[in-house]
Structures are given as structure tokens and as C-alpha cells.
Design a protein around this ligand. Structure first.
Ligand SMILES: C[S@@+](CC[C@H](N)C(=O)[O-])C[C@H]1O[C@@H](n2cnc3c(N)ncnc32)[C@H](O)[C@@H]1O
Length: 260
């Protein structure tokens, strides 16, 4: 697995300027484009699939601030495991420490499986002036994290980070817009990756999981040892919760968990 330099935008990367250009099932998302991307007109590019899952910029910025403060300052690298078109990676790269000047994270590693989506993320990050501050990886973040934890010697220098000083942000696909109809969203049946897969991949590091707003809190509570206080935050846009983020501390060898 290697970092990639700037990928070219492809015919799957779009910057629509008129409603007539937009496929009907994406029109409602495009009509919210200034809520999602306040600087859309600067030339933001998005793939068709990415419209469903992109984090609105105000939410991405607040999550970046919260990650910066909730997660210990001893964590200096952050991995965005599902970079998409870059909203969270950009916000993490822009986030500053308490002095308002120094970047909160020494290193931001952004991983994305789809080349066209990653090309949009890199392009969008360049509009915010942070493309060169992010290490971009085209590939499967589960494979990368497995190598990082179990076989770091296989990784190139830039990607071989110390897991003790690393945090993970994960905004996985939620299995399409169908999640909205569930009164309580079952994280064990989430597709293509369920809660156990996600937590299994990140458990040795502090991690933040971006999940449907109705996610089953009991399933999240089972991830942490008895008596642990965790933060689970609802992020709102225009008067409604958009998603929740569960901030989960790294597991320790002597942790004891609730019997299920
Ligand atoms: C919900 S979107 C992420 C949205 C992103 N936070 C943003 O604001 O644009 C999930 C992304 O994860 C990517 N993806 C799916 N499986 C992946 C994997 N195993 N490794 C890396 N990326 C993956 C998908 O291609 C998709 O772009």
C-alpha cells in the first residue's frame, strides 16, 4: 500500500452548475449544495455516489474541533479511514491547536478505495490549500490498518505511524439511504461493514465512528469496558440531527467488558 500523488479528475467527477445536469435522484442533495459545501461555487467536485454520504462542511469542522479536544493531545496523527470526497480530511487538516495557529494534527492520512472519489478529495483539498498537508492513500483502509498493527515493516515510511500516537476517524458507508426509516439502526447489520468489523480494525487506537443518528446506543456501549464514560455526540444541520459520532478510547489489555 502506497501514498499517491495527485490523481486526475475523471469523467466520474462532477461539478454541476445547473439543475438540468443533475440526475433526478441526486437533485435534492445538489439543492442543498451550499449547506454541504459553502464554497461549492469555487469548483467543488463530487462523484455521483459521494453525494449520499458526504459530511456537510459545518459538521466536518465541528467534528474536527471535537476530535481535537476529546482525543488526547498525545495523539498527533489522524487517519481518515473513508476519505470520500474529502470533507472530513480537509477539516482535520485545517484544524488548529489551542493557539489557533499550529495544526492540531502533525499528520493526516486519508484513505479511499475509489480512484475518482479520491481525485475529487484531492482537488477539493487543493481549493482549501491543504492538499499537500494530507497523505493520500488509494486502497482498502482495513488492509492498511491491519498492516499498521500487525506488519508495519511492510509499509513505506510515511505510512508507518506509531499506533500509540494515532487516532482514527471513520465515516463508513451506511448501506444507502434506507437507514433513515429505522427507528433504531442496527449496527450489527450495517453494510458493507458492521460495527464489529469497524471496531475490530481500530480498537487499539482512539477512534471516532460517524454513524446514523438513530444508531443503537446499547451496541456502542458494549464496545467499552464497564464504567467507561464515552462521548456520543449528535451533529445537527438546519434543525435536525445529521449523524452521531461515538468517540471510543483505545482498548487496553486488562479491559473487562459487559457479559452479553
Ligand atoms: C460515507 S463515504 C465517506 C464520506 C466522507 N467522510 C466525505 O465527507 O466525503 C464512504 C467512503 O468510503 C469508501 N470506502 C468504502 N470501503 C472502503 C475501504 N475499505 N477503504 C477505504 N475506503 C472505502 C467509499 O468509496 C466512500 O467514498
Amino acid at each position: 500500500m502506497k501514498r499517491v500523488n495527485k490523481l486526475p479528475l475523471t469523467s466520474d467527477c462532477y461539478h454541476w452548475t445547473r439543475l438540468a445536469e443533475v440526475p433526478w435522484d441526486l437533485q435534492k442533495y445538489w439543492q442543498q449544495r451550499y449547506t454541504i459545501f459553502p464554497y461549492y461555487d469555487e469548483g467543488i467536485y463530487v462523484t455521483q455516489d459521494a453525494w449520499f454520504g458526504v459530511t456537510p462542511e459545518p459538521v466536518a469542522n465541528q467534528i474536527a474541533r471535537d476530535m481535537g479536544s476529546i482525543i488526547s493531545k498525545s495523539k498527533t496523527t489522524v487517519i481518515d479511514a473513508f476519505a470520500g470526497v474529502g470533507a472530513n480530511s480537509i477539516a482535520l487538516a485545517l484544524c488548529t491547536a489551542e493557539d489557533g495557529i499550529t495544526p492540531r494534527w502533525d499528520k493526516v492520512i486519508a484513505i479511499e478505495l475509489d480512484a475518482a472519489t479520491l481525485a475529487c478529495a484531492q482537488h477539493n483539498a487543493s481549493l482549501y490549500g491543504v492538499a499537500d498537508h494530507i497523505i493520500w492513500v488509494l486502497g482498502d483502509s482495513f488492509k492498511y490498518l491491519d498492516a499498521l498493527v500487525n506488519a508495519p515493516h511492510k509499509l513505506e515510511d510515511d505510512l508507518r505511524v506509531d499506533t500509540a500516537s494515532t487516532a482514527v476517524f471513520a465515516s463508513p458507508p451506511w448501506g444507502g439511504p434506507g437507514y433513515r426509516t429505522d427507528e433504531i439502526f442496527d449496527l450489527n447489520t450495517m453494510e458493507p461493514y458492521n460495527l464489529a468489523q469497524l471496531h475490530g480494525a481500530y480498537r487499539t487506537m482512539d477512534h471516532a465512528l460517524y454513524l446514523p443518528r438513530t444508531s443503537d446506543l446499547r451496541q456502542i456501549a458494549k464496545l467499552v469496558p464497564d464504567g467507561t464514560k464515552i462521548e456520543v455526540v449528535q451533529y445537527c444541520v438546519e434543525g435536525a440531527s445529521k449523524a452521531m459520532v461515538a468517540y471510543i478510547p483505545a482498548a487496553k489489555d486488562d479491559d473487562t467488558y459487559m457479559e452479553t
